[in-house]
Design a protein around this ligand. Sequence first.
Ligand SMILES: NC(=O)C1=CN([C@@H]2O[C@H](COP(=O)(O)OP(=O)(O)OC[C@H]3O[C@@H](n4cnc5c(N)ncnc54)[C@H](OP(=O)(O)O)[C@@H]3O)[C@@H](O)[C@H]2O)C=CC1
Ligand SMILES: CC(=O)N[C@@H](CCC(=O)OP(=O)(O)O)C(=O)O
Length: 338
Amino acid sequence: MTIRIAVGGASGYAGGELLRLLLGHPEVEIGALTAGGNAGTALGAHQPHLLPLADRVLAETTAEQLSGHDVVFLALPHGHSAEIAARLGQDTLVVDCGADHRLENGEDWTRWYGGEHAGTWPYGLPELPGHRAKLRNATRIAVPGCYPTGASLALAPALAAGMVEPDVVIVSVSGTSGAGKSLKPHLLGSEVMGSASAYGVGGTHRHTPEIAQNLGKVAGEQVAVSFTPVLAPMPRGILTTASAPLKHDADPDEVYRKAYADEPFVHVLENAWPATAATLGSNAVQLRATVDRDAGRLVVVAALDNLTKGTAGAAVQSMNIALGLPETTGLSTVGVAP
Ligand SMILES: NC(=O)C1=CN([C@@H]2O[C@H](COP(=O)(O)OP(=O)(O)OC[C@H]3O[C@@H](n4cnc5c(N)ncnc54)[C@H](OP(=O)(O)O)[C@@H]3O)[C@@H](O)[C@H]2O)C=CC1
Ligand SMILES: CC(=O)N[C@@H](CCC(=O)OP(=O)(O)O)C(=O)O
């Protein structure tokens, strides 16, 4: 079977990671590649690591350019996917790496992103209960945000087991590629190098409602989420530390190992603590949970690559499920270290 794919936003970080993974996918043929202002230039000028595609010329991001493919990946800024998807038939699988279709509550969307909600699509985090089944045969998929992936996988097993109170604290350290390629004042090299800085402090980051949505479903009740993102001087990776008050005593190793026993991409570590370097370029999430007895809290640490499992890897994994391919096709769990 040859799956013809197109990538909207191929010059960006998420688009580049999608193409890196898709070049290694045995069932895929790469069709149209599009961009915004960089349309008309060669992909090699933006993605020098994607040598086999270096001479491809980027087209404008329009539904016409993206139509005629089996799968269209959209790695565009927020707000661009609904209009394009509406003009691609339901026989095309559209996988949106942006946030437009992740939230279920339209009021949440308007509060956190502004404007009208474009609707909710099946959510590309199959490791959360109930999601894998909804991805099978889906024709529209919303890829999770990079922070919600680590935070949700870190806390879901404990909340599902009733082990902790629905009142969680999450601090996630992210590499700079999480912010995309466009120039942002706080991301100038001289501001970022040699310094770690918190942002979106005080419950103001737009991933907070997405995390609360995921955890609330697992817990079966509303979960209070305090989330603080931290920018760190590294290109890729997210290290999340999550904690919650213990409700009853249980062995976290057992709870977490059981929850993820059949998951090919979630690795519950036994001897080491998760580190971002070990997940670079891989679709793996490393996790480990423990109990801080003096504080009466569960503490979980999770590491992933924001561009792989945090975006493009989740997109390819979700495509595999939707098309009935083995879920791990074209995806590696081998990282790069040191
Ligand atoms: N980076 C990450 O870790 C994650 C990113 N995402 C999401 O993926 C999407 C892409 O992010 P990322 O790759 O980081 O961003 P980048 O800024 O690196 O890339 C954006 C891409 O979109 C194109 N683009 C920009 N404006 C327009 C426009 N008006 N019309 C058409 N195309 C346009 C750009 O083309 P050009 O080069 O011509 O400007 C580029 O190809 C976003 O929605 C982001 O939120 C999700 C999870 C994690
Ligand atoms: C380091 C950094 O800036 N990270 C981004 C999160 C990127 C992400 O997951 O993107 P979505 O916009 O698709 O939700 C941020 O905090 O906005």
